[in-house]
Design a protein around this ligand. Structure first.
Ligand SMILES: N[C@@H](CC(=O)c1ccccc1NC=O)C(=O)O
Length: 267
């Protein structure tokens, strides 16, 4: 592995979507940010390049001199079902840990990318439950990842799929492509599982940051409020921002640059 890389794409599996984009890496950099895109588990228009504009704005400010930027692609539904998206993200994190020796990172997820971040925090339990609903036994070994998260930034996320479908029944169109049954949906995240397990990937100073755009035309504030209430109920301090960050697919673009750099102390 070289000591630096820009716009490099590396594979963590055989599938064309099992790829990580290395927007910027330098061995000397002490900070890392990893991005997770959304797209309802299925939309091919959402990829690791969703964050291209935001990262470019950060690089234009010179932040690349001290911070690595990675973005993860993962397999999509209906080709794969939950928990395979989550297993892919774990494999991608393992690859970043192994190849780039990343031990600490901040992670930013948009929409179901934020869902995947929440699931990561209890990935063993959620993967075990999810695999139990899939007919074929999963051959893939689930990686153990040693990376710790300094900040988790959740952007206009889905955190309780059961409640999502009660609020937006029409979203079953894409949810049902990603989950094989109602039981799998009920066990998708900690909120509907209603079981408080110790979080993986965190340390005693990990910061939880939850952002919701008041202009999001696809998600009301309800999902974010449910998540904030869940974190608060389990005693997890959280920074919350309900502000005008644009429509659903605008939130993660360059308009977020200043807020994100401040929240992650990158500026
Ligand atoms: N564009 C997606 C839908 C989608 O991404 C979405 C729709 C409503 C609320 C959240 C969404 N995305 C979350 O990742 C699709 O066509 O399935």
């Amino acid at each position: 592995m070289s000591n630096s890389a820009t716009n490099l794409i590396i594979s963590y599996g055989e599938h064309r979507l099992q790829k990580v984009k290395v927007f910027n890496y330098d061995k000397k950099n002490e900070k890392t940010v990893i991005y997770l895109h959304g797209g309802g588990w299925r939309d091919p228009n959402n990829t690791f390049d969703d964050f291209q504009e935001l990262v470019q704005a950060q690089l234009n400010l010179g932040i690349g001199q001290s911070c690595n930027f990675f973005s993860i692609n993962y397999r999509l539904s209906p080709e794969v079902k939950h928990p395979m998206h989550l297993i892919d993200v774990l494999s991608a994190l393992k690859k970043i840990e192994e190849v780039y020796k990343v031990e600490r990172t901040s992670i930013v997820g948009h929409s179901i990318g934020a869902t995947l971040m929440l699931q990561l925090l209890n990935s063993k339990e959620i993967i075990q439950r999810g695999l139990s609903y899939l007919q074929e036994s999963n051959q893939e070994e689930v990686k153990s990842v040693g990376i710790k998260f300094d900040h988790l930034v959740f952007l206009d996320g889905i955190y309780d799929v059961v409640s999502l479908l009660k609020e937006y029944p029409s979203y079953s169109v894409f949810v049902n492509e990603a989950f094989v049954s109602k039981l799998a949906i009920a066990d998708a995240t900690q909120i509907s599982i209603a079981k408080n397990l110790p979080f993986e990937f965190v340390h005693d100073k990990t910061q939880f940051i939850v952002i919701q755009s008041l202009q999001d035309e696809l998600l009301s504030c309800r999902q974010t409020q449910l998540f904030v209430d869940y974190l608060t109920a389990r005693g997890q301090p959280v920074t919350v921002r309900f502000e005008n960050f644009g429509e659903h697919e605008q939130v993660y673009r360059k308009g977020l640059t200043e807020e994100l750099n401040n929240l992650l102390s990158l500026a």
